[in-house]
Ligand binder design. Structure first.
Ligand code: HSE
Length: 410
């Protein structure tokens, strides 16, 4: 029998307890032995059937002699770091859904796990319930993986979908996402793109061997997007998505998070609501796409328990990661794209001339209706991202432009 202790009985931790109790037969059949809930640490009180298992002292979980696997679902870095480190040092396997912890302290924690001969698993840190980390390591393990791109945050995808399809405001959509348990405790991590940045950092690490340090990754969120941007996107046959992308090239690697306009026909364009999707390119398999619920109690707990099950089945996992630590982080993608820009003045001969002086091949977009009389939008010619962003800044100095959105020709 294997015993599991949970630290943090919130959105994810309560789901893990529920699976361990209610799907115990399924887990036992697949593991070949019983997997039992041995304890739960939380400072709050919960009126649940297993309240006798609760403690307010994390040490009673991470240092308990009979706990084999510690599941950390507290989130954040401070205490979670302390408890995960202590659990690993005590020879416990650790499963966590904590992307912030892994994307910042993962290198140190993985080293401790390796030294202690235990596993540190974090499938639930990326893509909620979607199995992606293990498939990259195992099922696609025969490939040189060179590209990962995806919709990695459920909250922002939910907000963008509601803004586009329900016509609701950003604030209302965010409130709904919070009520459904999708958003982080501080939802600015979702909205500003930090959560997606942590996830692309983790996925690039698993796929290419890049460092677990998300500070090297540029990110933009969806906080500057408006409902009007959605209308322009619709007019252009596109959908606005917050996209995380990472690429491995012979000369280096690059990862970033930014809003993008995707053609309606692109597989990622129809990933809506809280769903996430990850596209991976391998040299042998070509493109593979993973799709599922990116946030929420049950899907995320499903991923946590999948890791628990795998540890019970294979406690002595061998093998390691591919490495690319000698390669530098590059500042821009090599792929060429267009920018979409909104200009907050009427389209006159003068303003048109100003745009053309910066983007000679700009394609102008004007929406019908009085509300759009004093503004227009444009799609720039194709070019390197950095160069186009420099020119967009130049145009903004001449005309009041909104934040650019990458207009990808995927
Ligand atoms: N806040 C995260 C999201 C939770 O919305 O994707 C899952 O990681």
């Amino acid at each position: 029998m294997a015993k599991v202790g949970i630290i943090g009985h919130g959105v994810v931790g309560s789901g893990v307890a529920s699976i361990l109790l209610e799907n115990a037969d399924v887990l036992a059949a697949r593991a070949g032995e019983k997997i039992e809930l041995g304890g739960v640490c939380d400072l709050r009180e919960f009126d649940v059937s297993y309240k006798h298992l609760f403690t307010k002292d994390a040490q009673e979980i991470y240092a308990a002699p009979d706990i084999d696997i510690v599941v950390e679902c507290m989130g954040g870095k401070g205490l979670a770091y302390k408890f995960v480190k202590a659990a690993l040092e005590n020879g416990k396997h650790v499963v966590t859904s904590n992307k912030e912890l892994i994307a910042t302290c993962g290198t140190e924690l993985e080293a401790i796990a390796a030294k202690k001969g235990v596993q540190l698993r974090y499938e639930a840190s990326c893509g909620g319930g979607i199995p992606v980390i293990k498939p990259l390591e195992e099922d696609l393990g025969a490939n040189r993986l060179t590209r990962v791109a995806g919709i990695l945050n459920g909250t922002t995808n939910y907000i963008l979908t509601r803004m586009r399809e329900g016509g609701v405001s950003f604030e209302t959509a965010l409130e709904e996402a919070q009520q459904r348990g999708y958003a982080e405790a501080d939802p600015s991590a979702d909205v500003l793109g930090w959560d997606a940045r942590r996830k692309i950092c983790i996925l690039a690490h698993v796929a290419f061997g890049t460092p677990l340090d998300d500070s090297a990754i540029c990110s933009e969120g969806i906080d500057k997007l408006t409902q009007e941007d959605m209308l322009y996107a619709r007019e252009l046959g596109r959908a606005v998505k917050l996209l995380g992308m990472a690429e491995l090239l012979p000369e280096g690697w690059r990862a970033s998070v930014a809003p993008a306009m995707l053609p309606d026909t692109h597989p990622l364009a129809c990933v809506n609501d809280v769903f996430n999707a990850v596209m991976v390119h391998g040299d042998r398999v070509d493109d593979v796409m993973f799709y599922g619920r990116g946030a929420g109690t049950a899907p995320t707990a499903s991923a946590v328990c999948g890791d628990v099950l795998d540890i019970v089945r294979h406690p002595k996992k061998v093998g390691g990661r591919v490495e690319c630590s000698e390669l530098p982080a590059l500042s821009s993608f090599t792929r060429e794209l267009h920018l979409f820009l909104r200009v907050n003045v009427a389209l006159t001969e003068e303003t048109r001339a100003a745009v053309v002086s910066v983007f000679p091949q700009a394609r102008f977009v004007q929406l019908d209706g009085e509300a759009f009389a004093d503004e227009f939008a444009l799609v720039t010619e194709q070019g390197a991202e950095d160069e186009l962003l420099r020119r967009a800044e130049k145009l903004t100095a001449m005309l009041p432009c909104g934040a650019p959105i990458r207009y990808l020709t995927l």
